[in-house]
Design a protein around this ligand. Structure first.
Ligand code: DWN
Ligand code: SAH
Ligand code: ZN
Length: 414
């Protein structure tokens, strides 16, 4: 069977046109960051959140894409600077790029998906030539207020060509938690090809599928995370677009991510960790359909256990509130059918989310100050990736008898 014949019967890989086999179905899901006003209930967009793996290149990808225009709007509410841990991380990234790559005053750095400018403001303050590209006008405005220059736009071949014409080629193109979000990834690589200097590097960080599998982080799957990257699949992907994967570094961000460094072929030495990680992935079955089928079974168990626990607590008259109105919480609540009857509200520090309802599940989002007024009996930690920071900040909650509920890799009270 050639790939065109297979395409008519099976979903087709966005990258290599190979057959994609479905393995996880998380059901009907909303736009994970579309926190809605009470008067807008009934106007939400939903899609089927299902994931499959390509039999040829092993890229894990969603079977249906939520349109980009629904996800990344001017009022996209996520702000990178809502966590101290992320603030420290992006300051480190900026310092590393400044000291190793952006050493000449003429060097230009471009950030794809700069959001509120956490990374760029450090480089801007150090006098580095920079520009961020992000369609979220609200976040871009916050970035500008911090001294980062931002173009409110999607990064694609067109905007990349315009940036090059205006400012010259980029020595570094950086992106965190954005490349995996873009189903139409050809646009990204065509843009990078237009904009990157011949000796430049394209560095991107994204969640690592091996960590998602190992820790059953099923809530890292939502509309925005269209691809779940592995080293094997990214290595093949960048080669297809005429680039070379030269380095990979494991970082603890968002429960486990990889920082990929990509260059034009032959320009930079390829570090041996690339081949080593691909071998490790083969040993752990990261490219195998069966691995993801087992992951799906684990998700079923977590969902059933979580609903049973929340139901028992409610029936026993205990107060449970959600902590952190994350994108991840949209997957958990909509997959499990958890609504305000089980979790009456979610506390969150982001002004853009407060006073709204959570997507799909319609759980009210309330300001962080409400958490201690009075403390609930239990807090369901949707922002588990910031657990250390949150638990340190909320020591009084535990001292007053409060307990945390965690649900990955399994449901438990701590
Ligand atoms: O990849 C993505 C990452 C970068 O951010 C995007 N697709 C969307 C988003 O994912 P998320 O919403 O799951 O990200 P976080 O960083 O887990 O969100 C944390 C949420 O919790 C924010 O709304 C802020 C809130 N929060 C809080 O209320 N108190 C966070 C901390 C640390 C706190 O102490
Ligand atoms: N880099 C930040 C924000 C990640 S959220 C961090 O790691 O915390 C994803 C960001 O990518 C959003 O701000 C969204 O508006 C932006 N984005 C989505 N598609 C994009 C595209 N095609 N070009 C540039 N930015 C994009
Ligand atoms: Zn493929």
């Amino acid at each position: 069977m050639n790939s065109r014949e297979r395409a008519s019967t099976a979903p087709v890989c966005r990258l290599c046109a190979g057959p994609v086999r479905e393995c996880v179905d998380l059901g009907r899901q909303p736009v994970s960051n579309a926190f809605l006003r009470p008067q807008d209930v009934g106007s939400e967009s939903f899609f089927r959140l299902a994931v499959g793996i390509c039999a040829d290149c092993a890229m894990v990808q969603q079977l249906e894409a939520m349109p980009t225009s629904h996800m990344f709007r001017a009022d996209y509410p996520y702000r990178s600077s809502s966590s101290d841990g992320l603030r420290r991380h992006f300051e480190q990234v900026a310092g590393w790029l400044r000291d190793t790559e952006l050493t000449d005053p003429a060097d230009l750095v471009v950030e794809i998906g700069c959001n509120d400018g956490l990374m760029l403001r450090t480089l801007g303050a150090a006098g580095v030539r920079h520009i961020g590209v992000d369609p979220s006008a609200g976040a871009a405005q916050a970035a500008a207020a911090r001294g980062a220059e931002v173009r409110v736009d999607f990064f694609d071949e067109r905007s990349a060509a315009e940036i090059r014409a205006e400012r010259g080629p980029a020595k570094v193109i950086f992106s965190a938690n954005t490349i995996s979000h873009i189903a139409d990834i050809d646009e990204i690589f065509r843009g990078v090809d237009r904009l990157l200097r011949s000796d430049g590097i394209f560095v991107f960080e994204d969640r690592y599928v091996a960590d998602i599998i190992e820790h059953a982080y099923f809530d890292q799957i939502y509309d925005e995370h269209f691809y779940l990257f592995s080293v094997r699949a990214v290595d093949a992907m960048v080669a297809r677009f005429g680039f070379e994967l030269v380095d990979v570094e494991h970082i603890p961000i968002h429960g486990g991510s990889l920082r990929y460094t990509v260059a034009r072929p032959g320009v930079r030495p390829v570090r041996e960790c690339v081949a080593r990680l691909i071998e490790d992935e083969a040993r752990y079955g990261i490219g195998e359909h069966d691995t993801y089928v087992r992951f799906g079974q684990q998700i079923d168990r977590i969902g059933a256990d979580l609903v049973a626990l929340l139901t028992d607590l409610r029936d026993a008259g205990r107060r449970v509130v959600g902590y952190g109105a994350t994108s991840k919480s949209a997957t958990v609540t909509n997959y499990c059918g958890i609504g305000p009857d089980l979790v009456p509200y979610i506390c969150d520090t982001t002004p853009e989310k407060q006073g709204r309802l959570s997507p799909g599940a319609h759980i009210p989002i309330r300001p962080h100050e409400v958490f201690a007024d009075p403390y609930p009996d239990y807090a369901l930690l949707f922002a588990w990736n910031h657990a250390e920071e949150v638990m340190a900040k909320e020591r009084r909650f535990v001292e007053q008898g409060g307990r945390w509920i965690l649900y990955v890799p399994h449901v438990r009270i701590v």
